[in-house]
Write a protein of this length. Structure first.
Length: 152
């Protein structure tokens, strides 16, 4: 194993500071986007922080989303009833890819793995969003981890 893959994606990204900047830059663009802004009608600043906390855990940083914010089940439930279209998912990916290019270290493999996570995760969000608010999702299992080789 190379030295590099012994580092978590979280550390390679630059930890919470970079994830907060990523989330902030992304939502600034989302709220100016005619296709996505209406989906985020109930947006608040805490959303930016919660997304950064989720991403920290996904990329093997501190597990605070599980410990403090309801974990995987709660993340999935946040998307119930949103009826996200494929067009909206694609726009979300475009804006997030631009935010990754602006905020993450200039490391091609790191950026590629992070964008691959978002591609995977947005498909799950879109699928869950087709279910009505209050839908019983069962026990989805622990928060996933995404590393140098993708889903762990
Ligand atoms: C990997 C992909 C995604 C991640 C990691 C993610 C993450 C999150 C998190 C952590 C929350 C809870 C925020 C909170 O507690 O305040 C949330 C809520 C939400 N997400 Fe996502 N999301 C993803 C994909 C999407 C997509 C594709 C859309 C729509 C195009 C979307 C729309 C929303 C909306 C509307 C909420 C509720 C916002 C509110 O608090 O009013 N998400 N998401």
């Amino acid at each position: 194993m190379s030295e590099r893959t012994e580092t978590t994606l979280y550390d390679a990204i630059g930890g919470m500071d970079t994830l907060r900047r990523l989330s902030d830059t992304f939502y600034e663009a989302v709220l100016e986007d005619a296709l996505l802004a209406p989906v985020f009608a109930n947006f608040s600043r805490t959303h930016i922080e919660h997304v950064a906390v989720w991403l920290a855990e996904i990329f093997s940083g501190p597990a605070r989303f599980t410990e403090e914010l309801g974990g995987h089940q709660s993340l999935l439930r946040s998307h119930l009833g949103l009826a996200i279209t494929e067009e909206q998912r694609t726009r979300w990916m475009e804006l997030m890819t631009a935010a990754v290019e602006k905020e993450l270290p200039d490391d091609e493999l790191l950026r590629r793995r992070v964008v691959e996570y978002f591609d995977w995760g947005t498909k799950i969000a879109r699928n869950v969003s087709a279910e009505p608010v209050g839908q019983d999702l069962g026990e989805p299992g622990p928060t996933p981890r995404w590393g140098w080789n993708g889903l762990q």
